[in-house]
Design a protein around this ligand. Structure first.
Ligand SMILES: [Cu+2]
Length: 169
């Protein structure tokens, strides 16, 4: 187990080293899963340092059977998640994937993700390049929203910046 983890990390470093350096991923994390939950989200900052607009077109992970790109939108006052074909990464800008907004959805996760686990995520961009990153699992206050529904707007604002959140554990 330990050996394979080191191998994965080495692979991740190698892959990201070869990938286009224009896309820089920071502060990636995955939301720890409460008991009985089989879905969770991955969040991060994606900076496009290049001159061309890029897009994240798909993602994959060993930790989940299905990985989708999602956003939230307000439908008649109710925040709903839905799948989107891509996440735009405008040139020169940092795009934030955060709870209540854009996120990478990990669906059908066979092994419950606990705080301090490390999850490997592969991100595929519209120019065909890929980056594989290792994201720690963190506790995110406010609980996991159910698919297709979410608490009110005020609550979402309060939880807007995941990195400022206190751990609940
Ligand atoms: Cu989602």
């Amino acid at each position: 187990m330990k050996t394979s983890r080191i191998f994965l990390l080495a692979t991740a470093l190698l892959v990201s080293g070869m990938a286009q350096a224009d896309i820089v991923i920071r502060d990636a994390y995955v939301r720890a899963m409460p008991p009985g939950q089989s879905n969770t989200g991955a969040f991060m900052l994606i900076e496009n340092q290049g001159d061309e607009d890029r897009a994240l077109v798909s993602a994959d992970s060993d930790a989940a059977n299905v990985v989708e790109l999602h956003t939230h939108r307000n439908v008649d006052g109710v925040m709903q998640m839905r799948q989107i074909p891509q996440i735009d990464l405008p040139a020169g800008a940092t795009t934030e994937l955060q709870p209540g907004g854009l996120h990478i959805m990990l669906i059908d996760v066979p092994e419950r993700l606990m705080v301090d686990d490390e999850i490997r995520l592969t991100l595929v961009f519209d120019d065909g390049s890929e980056q594989t990153i290792s994201a720690p699992v963190k506790s995110v206050m406010g609980g996991m929203m159910k698919h297709g529904e979410m608490k009110g707007h005020g609550e979402m604002k309060m939880h807007g910046h995941a990195k400022d959140m206190p751990a609940t554990d």
